[in-house]
Design a protein around this ligand. Structure first.
Ligand code: ADP
Ligand code: MG
Length: 491
């Protein structure tokens, strides 16, 4: 039998007006009560408590609801005390509810509660959505719960729940980081900041960023290198195939100015195209240095035979890849390539076709293998850039399919669901578009697996929407589509 618990909850509307409510509620036993029942109990409590204050019920409900999560499985008294202390803390901020308020949860936790809270880790971000109809940027507090991969959102300006805690297909913690975009109920959200110190502390090392660069000698190995990066568990969050000028190379390697090999090094870096990439992951700086291997490719072959330089480097200088060596240099080098005016890409826009590695394939770690397959089939990748498409651009790009292909809307949603990699494919003269289309295979991977099992879509596609890559349909559109990415979007 559940004992009755008498709760006196005091709520201060503001400094001059306070209200106290006493009521009896059944108290679930801490350990015998299943999670949901406990949560329902707290919801009931909160609803009862706040039902008098209709004008701002949603805001209050929202703040106290977190309490329900951190008080989980506490005994009734502790829960009541927790609720009271929470409300006291809440009272102090009630006149100016702000983002930080949602984070007061941990400050109120006892040790025991703290342990419990960590079972249900919650990461908080600030996310923005561009509301095209209102021409406004809307800001949300976005919460991610690792225990069950659920999300919850609050509208910051209107101070209300925007999305109740719920599962969102396909979104995992790895997809949520500053700068990333995700699609939630057809809104494309961009994460612009952490919303609390806990998240900042926990994720800033887990989501460390570094600069990796494919050097001119090994751009034909970029597929293998990208594959090694994914296999190591690192994410590529930015990438562009570009060229550096002599002045830029001198600046990039300025710390080696006094070294005897400096001039040669600058000449090497400017001798062809390079592919700088932003990598992200736990200890990304050190991990990428380790994966790259020792500076001298010969030493790499003897001491780290599985490293990138062991596999693709030639000697001391011509060593396949670069990696930033400290957080300061990572920041400087990332800014060098990815801040300010966009670096020029290498698109030729002649006898080319456009290939886009779709977000699902990038997220699944197939991008490297897809690029390897394209290069091994005799095509040249003459431009490459990672994009986070927004809805307006995806709709524009797919416009020719609108009203023609039943999957149009889903295709747009897929294209904006994460990072994609656009490629300018060349190498077979005027035949390139038709030949590449053959190589990619039928739009439906199921059909491709039956009819053309060696095609890209047969190997890497899942279904008609997640069919691994987009490729230009009509040869005459090859240049147009390539231009869309490498002339229009890249600006
Ligand atoms: P890393 O790239 O491993 O951080 P360094 O920062 O010492 O190595 O050197 C920068 C780049 O200069 C190297 O990647 C390599 O291309 C070139 N380099 C380094 N040492 C030599 C050398 N002794 N002779 C010729 N080139 C060198
Ligand atoms: Mg170095």
């Amino acid at each position: 039998m559940n004992p009755k618990l008498k709760l006196t909850l005091t709520h201060y509307l503001n400094s001059t007006n306070s209200t106290s409510i006493t009521f009896n509620v059944p108290t679930p036993h801490s350990n015998s009560v299943p999670f949901l029942k406990t949560k329902h109990f707290l919801r009931f409590l909160i609803r009862s408590f706040f039902s008098d204050f209709n004008e701002t019920v949603s805001t209050r409900f929202l703040h106290v609801r977190h309490l329900g999560l951190f008080c989980l499985a506490q005994n009734g008294r502790a829960r009541a005390n927790g609720l009271l202390s929470y409300i006291t803390a809440y009272k102090q901020q009630v006149c100016a509810p702000a983002v930080g308020q949602f984070t007061s949860k941990r400050a109120l936790c006892t040790d025991k509660e703290d342990k419990m809270a960590s079972m249900d880790e919650r990461f908080a971000f600030i996310a923005e959505w561009y509301d095209a109809n209102a021409a406004l940027i809307r800001r949300y507090q976005f919460l991610f719960y690792t225990k069950d991969n659920t999300i919850e959102m609050f509208d910051i300006k209107n101070r209300r729940v925007f999305l109740k805690r719920s599962k969102c297909e396909g979104i995992e913690l790895r997809d949520v980081f500053i700068g990333a975009s995700v699609s939630i109920h057809s809104r494309q959200l961009k994460f612009v900041d952490y919303a609390d110190d806990f998240t900042r502390k926990r994720l800033s090392t887990r989501k460390e960023r570094t600069l990796a660069m494919v050097k001119p000698c090994s751009t034909d190995k970029v597929g293998h290198i990208i594959d090694m990066i994914f296999s190591d568990g690192l994410h590529i969050t930015k990438a562009i195939m570009t060229k550096v000028s002599r002045a830029e190379a001198q600046e990039f390697y300025r710390m080696h100015e006094q070294k005897p090999f400096y001039d040669e090094l600058v000449r090497y870096l400017t001798s062809g195209i390079v592919i700088p990439m932003e990598l992200m992951g736990e200890n990304a700086i050190q991990r990428w240095r380790q994966l790259a291997g020792p500076t001298d490719s010969a030493i790499a072959r003897s001491e780290a035979p599985l490293s990138v330089r062991a596999k693709f480097g030639k000697d001391k200088q011509t060593n396949a890849v670069h990696g930033a060596d400290s957080p300061e240099n990572a920041e400087r080098e990332l800014n060098f390539f990815f801040a300010g005016a966009p670096k020029p890409n290498t698109a030729t826009l002649v006898d080319c076709t456009c290939c886009v590695i779709k977000p699902h394939a990038v997220l699944a770690g197939h991008a490297g293998k897809i690029i390897v397959a394209i290069q091994e089939a005799g095509f040249t990748i003459s431009a490459l850039q990672m994009f986070n498409m927004d809805r307006a651009n995806a709709e524009e790009f797919y416009e020719v399919y609108k009203g023609v292909v039943a999957e149009y809307t889903d295709m747009v949603t897929e294209l904006i669901s994460g990072p994609s990699i656009a490629l300018e494919v060349t190498g077979k003269g005027g035949e390139t578009p038709a030949s590449f289309r053959e190589f990619v295979g039928p739009a439906d991977p199921e059909i491709a697996r039956h009819l053309r099992p060696r095609t890209l879509r047969a190997i890497f596609g899942t279904d008609k929407i997640k069919n691994a890559v987009h490729c230009t349909d009509l040869p005459e559109d090859g240049v147009l589509e390539t231009e869309y990415f490498f002339r229009i979007l890249s600006q």
